[in-house]
Design a protein around this ligand. Structure first.
Ligand code: SF4
Length: 349
């Protein structure tokens, strides 16, 4: 990636001062709050994160509170946001911050980077926004802006392009205004220099942007090739016994680790197979009725689910047998199962 254009910082900061959106995490540069917001925003849209952010901080207002919270509470506060390893890493990192750093996030890039769940991007965001250090935070938005400004010919999926972008930005960071510069770059990528068609007529950098000069702004950035997602059929069991429904805990490692789910298996089972499996689990099934199909998309995987409601005469200890209220208050279930959760709620109300 080439050098970034002269005058970038002044133009961008002036635009940001006049156009910054009022977002809850921008009202306070407290390192803990910046950290929580950056982790939440990693894979979540701003509008979706807003409510979660406020709820999370109301429940756990300090690093110490987060460190002392039971994991179930942290996961419950995260329920519906997806990518639950983020919540688990936050929790582990909070304990480390209390043990090693006296309960304060370290004002140092390497020490931030050493925390679980904190990569180059998040470390740069916290360092610049919360501590005013000249450390860039390069995510997809910032890469896109910089690739367009310079007509970067290489794929932004290449680590060396990201590293070059970070270096080019580091040379620009204005002392005393590092946090605003990081936020301004993100804001431009989120609101003006959009992935599909950028809104160049309102862009403060239009006069210095190489892609804009060509008139083919959407040709940049050069994107990495996408791998197709793997599709997996699954059968979901709503096992019901005397008004209670079975939940199973997922393993502590891997996809959706440690969360509670309706028992489910790979493959699209027919009625006989559903009854046979419920019998093998010790549920003494009396009847199985199909209750609808649902899909859920993970980053590299797509679940195509078929659901069955199974009336059971027994409630084996293999599962937790839960009421609607217990599921709502005490069990974190991933949004992959929302369709079935809603279906049960509708039929119990
Ligand atoms: S001029 Fe257009 S392409 Fe260039 S940075 Fe601005 S919005 Fe992006």
């Amino acid at each position: 990636m080439d050098k970034l254009p002269e005058g970038l910082v002044e133009a961008l900061l002036a635009w940001y001062a006049a156009n910054a959106r009022d977002l809850p995490w921008r009202r306070d540069a407290d390192p803990y709050r910046v950290w929580i917001s950056e982790i939440m925003l990693q894979q979540t849209r701003i509008e979706a994160a807003r409510g979660y952010y406020e709820r999370f901080l109301a429940a756990l207002p300090t690093v110490e509170d987060l460190a002392a919270a039971p994991e179930e509470q942290v996961l419950k506060l995260w329920e519906g946001l997806g990518y639950y390893s983020r919540a688990r890493n936050l929790h582990r990192a909070a304990r480390l911050i209390v043990e090693k750093h006296g309960g304060r996030l370290p004002a140092d890039l390497a020490a931030l980077r050493a925390l679980p769940g904190v990569g180059d991007y998040t470390a740069g965001a916290i360092a610049s926004i919360a501590f005013g250090l000249p450390e860039p935070a390069v995510d997809g938005n910032v890469l896109r802006v910089c690739a367009r400004l310079t007509c970067c010919p290489d794929s932004i999926g290449e680590p060396r392009v990201k590293a070059a972008c970070r270096q080019a930005l580091r040379e620009q960071y204005p002392p005393g205004r590092c946090g605003a510069f990081t936020s301004a770059l993100m804001e431009l990528g989120e609101t003006v220099c959009l992935p599909g068609t950028p809104d160049c007529p309102v862009c403060p950098l239009a006069g210095m942007c190489a892609a804009h000069r060509t008139g083919r702004e959407a040709d940049w950035p050069v994107m990495p090739e996408k791998k197709p997602r793997r599709i997996q059929a699954r059968t979901v069991f709503l096992l019901e016994h005397e008004g209670r429904v079975a939940l199973a805990k997922r393993p502590d490692k891997g996809l959706l680790a440690g969360l509670w789910e309706f028992p489910n298996v790979e493959g699209a089972l027919d009625e006989d197979a559903v009854l046979a499996l419920a019998r093998a689990w010790g549920c003494q099934p009396e009847a199985a009725v199909p209750c609808g199909d649902a899909r859920h998309i993970f980053t590299h995987l797509e679940w195509h689910m078929t659901g069955w409601r199974v009336r059971c005469a027994a409630a084996p200890e293999l599962f937790a047998w839960t009421t609607a209220r217990e599921r709502e208050e005490g069990y974190s279930t991933p949004s992959a199962f929302r369709f079935y959760k809603d279906l049960l709620e509708r039929s119990s109300s």
